[in-house]
Design a protein around this ligand. Sequence first.
Ligand SMILES: Cc1ncc(COP(=O)(O)O)c(C=O)c1O
Length: 393
Amino acid sequence: MKRETELLHRGDRRAEWHGALNPPVVHASLYSFESLQQYLDTVEGRLEHYVYGRSGNPTTRVLEEKIAFLEKAEDALALSSGMAAITATLLALLQTGDHLLVVSCVYGPVRTFCDTTLHKLGIETEYFRPQEAADLSARLKPNTRLIYLESPGSLTFDIQDLRAAARLAHEHGLVTLMDNSWATPLYQNPIELGIDLVLHSGTKYIAGHSDLLLGLVAGPRSLMKPIRRMANQLGSALAPDDAYLAIRGLRTLAVRMERHQASALKVARWLQTRPEVREVLHPGLETFPGYNLAKTQMSGYSGLFSFRLQPRDRAARHRFVDATLKLFHLGYSWGGYESLIMPTITHARDNPALRAELGIDDDTYRLSIGLEDPDDLIAVLEEALAAWAGGTG
Ligand SMILES: Cc1ncc(COP(=O)(O)O)c(C=O)c1O
């Protein structure tokens, strides 16, 4: 059976749900016990029973089983946001004195967390360029504990060699983590490539409708255990209503991804033909530096990519972005049904060296291509390019 078919039913327990196709939303902070013996069997680990809302919920568990299945993992955990998943995982696996290697194109707030909270705890972060993932041996120290990857990376979508990083990590007993939000488990399975733990901002494609926050971690039980304990301590449980909506999102993930992929490639290829556009950063374009490597790791592409316009002044940038707003929305996040535009002018604004290292400038824009007809999106972008070119800017 194809995974897309199995996903529709995996983890569903319709007999328990009186034949209902969808899981009940169990609103529960506490779970009660029928006897002292049942209580003791549960807390002493002889019986599986829900204990307290912060450590598990039956609706959330359905979502976790589906994600473990999709990521080919032994277990998965759902949390209240992608950042909750990332921070709980790092806090669970690292301790004072550890050194971790993080890819430089990592989602910005992860960098902030490493440079502030982990730094305060005496944990040292070293950043490496995405191409270095092919051989990180020169970066290893006796106290290196973990390698954090995000492929394709944020804003510029740089591809990292996941197999090579995983091989090196295993030779040295290190843990590898990979943020797989961009490709979704349908188009990339890092665990199959040797990565230990997969992280997701399920807020994006998995939820798919820009109406909830969700974080996911998937991996072997031995690593998931301390992460579950940490998530429980931090109190970052997912609300069951949001678990329900995410399960609903998963039911249409495959068809949505097909449309995101096809439309984004169409828009990206159209942008490539335009003289106003300097460069299009999309891992599915033959001109993209990581194109060949991406093909060996991913089976498809999502709808998020960037492009650079020729340099022009501030007024031209305003005319361009404002004209796109006829159909695109300007806002953070991505992966929903609606198309978005995000200028990178504000990213790492106070750190020009980091902006240069990340390869972003004031004329770089990120698009999240939604489920609209791509010809309508192209028509609006064409008008916006005309607005950009017009005026005296
Ligand atoms: C690549 C990536 N990872 C993680 C996150 C964090 O997810 P959340 O916003 O659900 O906390 C984001 C959010 O934009 C992201 O883009």
